[in-house]
Design a protein around this ligand. Structure first.
Ligand code: HEM
Length: 510
């Protein structure tokens, strides 16, 4: 009896010691990076972005370890060598993994964003046809240019004429939704309407927003059993998620059914992703899930990037002036071919995505034990998270002025006789993993760049976008990052730039 009591005492003591260690003990050893206990994570759960950024900038290897109540532990890194190792060198050992896909499963199903292995590779191959340079050119001509001219310009003109403030983030999100639906479904839902259409929500957009926000919160909850129980009972946010997903499924299924009829009755078919999948005999559930992944991938990412760029331009008018000069000199309305030549525009986009990446963090789960290049040991099952938001703010990577919005940091070499900076820096995708990198690099990267360049150039050339208030905007890291509360702006027609091409106006060196 005494032996039993003694054993019980020892066991309780060990359990308490382990629990306290996981809960309260922050430490650093020679073999692992600085380690933070659950209680630190819990106390900082409402400010994870700045807490993680701070921890990583303090860590000698730019990697830290976060313990939660239950395994797996999270290895968080802003170290480019580690990022390269996870995303490319040992890609096979770092899939998204079940803990990640479980959280998104009810919304994204088995779409490309939420699967690994063969299921991922098949979808990747199928979808890559959508991004050949021929398809891309066609898409730009028929979709992006048209959307800007027939929907965006009339809207901005009328907002400017009537002196009405608008949530610019919402304008760009609706535009992004229309464009990505045309690309993936071959169908324009016309969510971007006139200025009066902003007084009411578009049901399908609302359903996407709701579902995305709820699954993002699932991912951030410290104890996953909470959402799992709510789902089991069919209550609260889990019930709302279920209803939103049903609405999205019904919307897409209707479009798929319509398209099938058109394909059967027609000789010539559109080359949108949906038609390709139907003709390729892909099963209906997978078509639906893949379309959802595509819409999520293409919609909020570009609009988030552009929202933050317009926000930064409105606060850095000297940068905006230089951009206006470049556009006056080089941008022709119907031409999308030479967008890459507008180097200052490219630098502005890169710089605002460095500080405000559309995807703040991204996690993988190790299949086998491993070791990262900085010496961090990884156990099978560990979550390994790379962190573009924090990486964009690391002094080691971007220097002491890392928090400044300075597009010129993206240039190499000297300016030409006109004062133009000509050579954009080659920056490693592992130091700047805004579009992911390696075999799973963003499929829409090229298209997103063309789309954003064209839309930003078209707007900046004609309009001034000015924030209504002077408060600092808050970056909200949902599945795709948003500006909290939207971006309320006034829109004014821009006065034509006189003599924009003279050396003084065009000097981009400062
Ligand atoms: C500024 C714009 C964009 C950014 C910053 C961006 C960023 C990313 C990132 C970080 C990933 C990896 C996500 C993950 O694996 O969890 C990704 C994947 C992907 N993106 Fe983008 N994206 C953008 C625009 C687009 C557009 C416009 C499309 C197409 C319509 C697109 C299509 C995809 C697809 C299909 C994947 C999945 C690739 C795979 O898993 O193999 N993206 N993107």
């Amino acid at each position: 009896m005494e032996t039993h009591l003694f054993l019980l005492f020892i066991l309780s003591f060990l359990l308490m010691a382990i629990t306290s260690y996981c809960l309260f003990y922050n430490h650093q050893s020679n073999h692992s990076p600085p380690t933070y206990a659950f209680i630190s994570f819990f106390n900082n759960r409402h400010r994870l972005l700045s807490w993680y950024t701070h921890l990583l900038s303090q860590s000698p290897s730019q990697t830290v370890l976060i313990r939660r109540l239950t395994p797996p532990k999270t290895i968080l890194t802003a170290n480019p060598q580690n990022v390269e190792y996870i995303l490319k060198t040992n890609f096979i050992n770092f899939p998204k993994g079940k803990p990640f896909t479980d959280v998104l499963q009810d919304f994204l199903g088995t779409g490309i964003f939420n699967v690994d292995g063969d299921l991922w590779l098949t979808q990747r191959k199928l979808a890559s046809h959508q991004f050949t340079s021929r398809s891309l050119k066609q898409h730009v001509k028929t979709t992006i240019v048209q959307a800007v001219k027939t929907k965006l310009f009339p809207l901005l003109d009328s907002l400017a004429a009537s002196d009405t403030a608008v949530d610019f983030q919402e304008v760009l999100r609706r535009l992004g939704f229309d464009i990505v639906c045309k690309l993936s479904l071959g169908f324009d839902p016309c969510c971007l309407g006139d200025q009066h259409s902003f007084s009411h929500q578009v049901p399908i957009l609302k359903a996407f927003d709701t579902a995305a926000a709820i699954v993002a919160k699932r991912a951030a909850t410290p104890i996953s059993a909470v959402w799992k129980l709510k789902k089991f009972l069919g209550i609260g946010s889990e019930k709302v998620l279920k209803d939103s997903v049903l609405e999205i499924h019904a919307y897409i299924t209707e479009i798929v059914d319509e398209r099938k009829k058109i394909i059967i009755n027609s000789e010539e078919n559109e080359l949108d992703l949906l038609s390709r999948m139907i003709m390729g005999g892909v099963n209906e559930e997978l078509i639906r899930d893949m379309v959802i992944s595509f819409i999520m991938a293409g919609r909020d990412t570009t609009s988030a990037a552009m929202t933050w760029l317009f926000y930064m331009l409105s606060r850095h008018t000297h940068v905006e002036e230089k951009l206006v000069s470049e556009l006056a000199f080089q941008f022709k309305d119907d031409e999308c071919e030479n967008l890459k030549e507008m180097k200052y525009l490219q630098a502005c986009l890169c710089e605002s995505m460095r500080l405000y990446p559309p995807v703040s963090w991204d996690s993988k789960h190790a299949v086998d034990d491993d070791m990262l290049p900085d010496g961090t040991p990884v156990s099978a099952g560990d979550r390994v998270t790379y962190f573009p938001y924090g990486m964009g703010r690391m002094e080691k990577l971007w220097g002491v002025d890392r928090l400044e919005f300075r597009p010129n940091r993206w240039f190499d070499g000297e300016a030409d006789e006109m004062g133009r900076m000509l050579v954009l820096k080659e920056v490693s995708a592992y130091k700047y993993p805004v579009f992911h990198a390696g075999p799973r690099v963003c499929l829409g990267k090229g298209m997103a760049n063309v789309q954003m360049s064209y839309v930003v150039a078209s707007i900046v050339k004609r309009f001034e976008i000015r924030a209504v208030g002077s408060e600092e905007a808050v970056y909200l890291p949902l599945l795709t990052a948003h500006m909290e509360g939207g971006f309320k702006v006034w829109i004014r027609r821009r006065r034509p730039t006189i003599g924009a091409t003279c050396r003084h106006e065009y000097n981009l060196r400062k």
